[in-house]
Design a protein around this ligand. Sequence first.
Ligand code: AHR
Length: 325
Amino acid sequence: MIFAKLTKFLAAGALAVSVAAPLTSVAARADSLTIGFSQIGSESGWRAAETKVAKIEAEKRGITLKIADAQQKQENQIKAIRSFIAQGVDAIFVAPVVATGWDTVLGEAKQANIPVVLLDRDIDTKDKSLYLTAVTSDQVLEGKVAGDWLAKQTGGKCDIVELQGTVGSSPAINRKKGFEQAIASHPDMKITRSQSGDFTRAGGKEVMESFIKATNGGKGICAVYAHNDDMMIGAIQAMKEAGLKPGKDILTVSIDSVPDMFKAMADGDANATVELSPNMAGPAFDAIAAYKKSGTVPPKWIQTPSTLHLPDTAQAEYDKRKDMY
Ligand code: AHR
């Protein structure tokens, strides 16, 4: 039932991606393909949804998908990639937990002639030939969308506390960068405190509790910017426990657009979220199928959209997604 609903939701394009150069008519089934996916773990609701959608999109295309859960550790991802190479899979997908340290193992995949696709996070490398394509959002833009919204909302005057994602990960680096770019032209907007909550609810709650304590009950904090919704949900809980009204006393803006965030916005506890599509695997499967079938080289970057959602549509968005995650 849920599977059928999600399939309909995906087919309706609610989680569609825009591609730099369209990968036309590659709905072609790719029955004989076996793909290894080194997934980071399950730190957030968004991550769990990405895994679920990947399974659905693989099944739709008749692809055998082998998923290895790295439990947030790069060393486990490297081991998984080596194991996929040894198994001789047709392609490897990797959602890289951090940006650096991939050259050796991706070089081994290249040597074995196995194309690699990066999902949702980028890597820091001089050698772009180590991967075929990356299916990601523009993470700098996500930070910018969040910062622009906050600047408009506060008339360019706001002391902000920031909950960063996993240290060294591309979304933590880029979402910070984009947000800072957006507020740079507003001299009365500044980030007063910033710490990593590792993209988890528990991490977001703990860091927010420490910010509230350090500011004598949240005094002077105008807004929280979180690099993902899960950390913000944790922060909302911390604010409530401290007797504050999130969404009113302290504004919130975060990234992902998971159902719980729409619920928080509909309840008046949160103010804005920037959507990150969990359907990273669908376009990646299509790119690999076309590459294997006819040698079509995909664009180096398949970009997913970054849409801002506000409370006015929160209930409708929640109803649309509540069973999908
Ligand atoms: O790389 C995407 C980020 O990773 C998501 O925003 C976050 O929720 C996840 O953990």
